[in-house]
Design a protein around this ligand. Structure first.
Ligand SMILES: *Cc1c(COP(=O)(O)O)cnc(C)c1O
Length: 404
């Protein structure tokens, strides 16, 4: 493939116009949108408006005037079509970690007599840590098995199966419908972490029959650093589940200021406290970058970009070994290299931004809204040059100040 051929693919790409929705610096090829999404062009003005006009001029009246109070559900309804959820099934707020806590605790309480949270050994650390914290509080047990063994490990003591749909490291993608059905067949609830899926592929929670889900606002949803996360509770379960963080904004009548907690009907009961409105403004600009985008186009482009990346690595960077599955996978890839850390530092020095994962992996994410086929081609050209010249093999690239 030549650069001209990559440019021709961009010219035929139905999502090519979306790149204009982002403020990407010149000379940078950004392949880390799976860790921190790029800045939407509209975000700075949206935040300035929220600060200056709404907060500044209208002060407390803005809770109603600009529907600050409705932001968690309004933004949830914007995320819903990206993940195959319905209106009123998604709530925005808190972090992914906190939302995991809320939903895992609710799931355990909804399955009395069962005491196991089942997950996979390689799950993202916070998912496992939150489950471990809950075992101390509830007497439940966290059981982890290898990814392939999860289905066979679901049994009559399993209260909830907690899996990350797309593995943060290798990018393996679980079969959501199949595992959800297996959990249900054993009487367990199914909780999906969509942190590495939402905004990168066509997720269909409803078609899969999923019960619960959480996900991240600052990765492919482009909500900005530390953006609020989201949670999903299937409508049929909402009134059977209770949040353990029974804060006032999840109360049926927060402004009645009653002494005793009564959960709100619907998804609102999973809200704890006051949402961060400035962070919501940035996330709303992030979600607007998906306006008019078809999820099947998004998924097709993710696949085409990553397929091209693999093909070009195999052609031009033989020192790298693919460590992601070729089959069912998400929108990022990892490759093993004995000097992975130094190689990534050298790539970043040349404007190709991916990241490093222990112990020897370079990771590249493909955000279908703003990455192009030419980005892939150019990134590979830089990497091939670094590998043949061994320019990464220098002391300053090996120094580890911080590992992100
Ligand atoms: C990024 C990510 C998180 C992030 O959790 P925070 O609470 O936002 O820090 C959680 N789970 C998975 C699988 C992730 O990829």
């Amino acid at each position: 493939m030549t650069l001209d051929e990559a440019l021709a693919l961009d010219a035929a790409d139905p999502l090519a116009h979306c790149r204009e929705r982002f403020a990407l610096p010149d000379g940078v090829i950004y392949l880390d949108g799976n860790s921190l999404g790029a800045l939407p062009r509209a975000a700075a003005a949206a935040m300035a408006d929220t600060v200056e006009r709404q907060w500044g001029d209208d002060l407390i009246a803005s809770w109603n005037k600009y529907d600050w109070i409705g932001a968690p559900q309004r933004l949830g309804d914007r995320i819903a079509p990206l993940i195959g959820a319905g209106k009123g099934e998604v709530l925005v707020g808190d972090s992914t970690s906190i939302n995991l806590f809320k939903l895992l605790a609710a799931a355990l309480a909804a399955r009395p007599g069962r005491s196991t949270i089942l997950s996979e050994t390689g799950n993202f650390p916070t998912d496992l840590y939150i489950a471990q914290g809950l075992t101390g509080l509830t007497g439940a047990t966290l059981r982890t098995v290898e990814a392939d063994a999860v289905e066979g490990a679901i049994d009559g003591d399993t209260a909830v199966v907690m899996l990350t749909h797309v593995d943060y490291r290798g990018g393996r993608r679980h079969d959501m419908a199949r595992l959800t059905a297996a959990a249900h067949a054993a009487g367990a609830l199914m909780l999906w972490d969509l942190s590495h899926s939402a905004g990168a592929m066509a997720v269909d929670l409803r078609a899969a029959g999923a019960d619960l889900a959480v996900g991240c606002g600052y990765k492919y949803l482009n909500g900005g650093p530390g953006a609020p996360a989201f949670l999903y509770v299937a409508e049929r379960l909402q009134d059977q589940l209770a949040s353990p963080l029974s804060g006032w904004l999840g109360h049926a009548e927060p402004f009645a200021f009653e002494p005793d907690y009564r959960p709100a009907p619907g998804i609102a009961r999973f809200q704890a406290g006051t949402p961060s409105i400035l962070a919501m403004a940035a996330l709303e600009a992030g979600l607007a970058t998906f306006d008019g985008v078809s999820m099947s186009d998004l998924e097709a482009k993710s696949r085409a970009l990553s397929d091209l990346f693999i093909a070009l690595v195999e052609e031009r960077c033989p020192d790298l070994t693919l460590a992601s599955p070729r089959g069912s996978r998400g929108s990022h890839l990892v490759f093993a290299h004995p000097h992975a850390f130094a190689l990534m530092q050298a790539l970043i020095g040349r404007g190709v931004i991916g990241d490093y994962r222990e112990p020897d992996l370079v990771r590249f994410g493909f955000a279908p809204l703003y990455n192009s086929f030419a980005d892939v081609w150019r990134a590979i050209a830089v990497m091939a040059d670094l590998l043949t010249s061994r320019a990464y093999d220098q002391p300053h690239f090996r120094q580890r100040q911080r590992v992100t």
